[in-house]
Design a protein around this ligand. Structure first.
Ligand SMILES: Nc1ncnc2c1ncn2[C@@H]1O[C@H](COP(=O)(O)OP(=O)(O)O)[C@@H](O)[C@H]1O
Ligand SMILES: O=C(O)[C@H](O)[C@@H](O)[C@H](O)[C@H](O)COP(=O)(O)O
Length: 167
């Protein structure tokens, strides 16, 4: 992969997308965008109230993420966006064909522990079951890599950089 590609850091809530996404953007020297900032306020209200989003809630959000990625085409960027289903990633690729995905994947107990320790975030830990139930990992024909989330953010970022280099 060249740094001109846009990297979408995907995975369930609490898996480290924001933390690793920011470090990855620094390592690649490209801009970072926070996917949560693209949610319409109704989506944030819904998740805050403990109700999972459905597909119709997610399309406008994915279109906003896709528009950002399309705007960075040829220049590179990193955006953190859960992109849980294949159809969501297809939607992003339709907007920005050269995106590559980094799936931050890990043990549910570890992710729940990190999510529970996180302060000042709207997403309730109770939604983690639905996040895992919705998750469809990358398929063989999708440009991207899976990276394991044990260890420090710096270690995970290093793994992601290495895996992307081999793409
Ligand atoms: N490798 C890590 N080791 C320990 N804590 C982490 C690690 N990565 C993320 N965290 C913490 O776990 C919580 C969830 O991480 P975050 O980046 O917000 O995940 P996401 O964006 O996927 O929801 C945050 O409080 C973050 O500081
Ligand atoms: O599609 C979704 O259900 C949301 O995008 C969700 O996956 C995301 O995780 C939340 O926006 C919480 O944000 P964090 O992932 O940063 O916890």
């Amino acid at each position: 992969m060249s740094v001109a590609h846009v990297v979408v850091v995907m995975g369930v809530s609490g898996t480290g997308k924001t933390t690793v996404g920011q470090l990855l953007a620094e390592a690649l020297d490209v801009p970072y965008a926070e996917g949560d900032a693209f949610h319409p306020p109704e989506n944030i209200a819904k998740m805050s109230a403990g109700t999972p989003l459905d597909d119709d809630d997610r399309w406008p959000w994915l279109d906003a993420v896709g528009a950002w990625a399309a705007g960075r085409a040829g220049q590179g960027g990193v955006v953190a966006a859960s992109s849980l289903k294949r159809s969501y990633r297809d939607r992003l690729r339709a907007a920005a064909p050269d995106v590559v995905f980094v799936h931050l994947a890990g043990d549910r107990a570890l992710i729940e522990e990190r999510m529970a320790a996180r302060k000042g975030h709207f997403m309730p830990t109770a939604l983690l079951d639905s996040q895992f139930a919705t998750l469809q990992p990358l398929e063989d024909d999708e440009a991207g890599v899976a990276v394991e989330v044990s260890g420090s953010p710096e270690e995970i970022t290093g793994r992601a950089v290495e895996a992307l280099r081999r793409l």
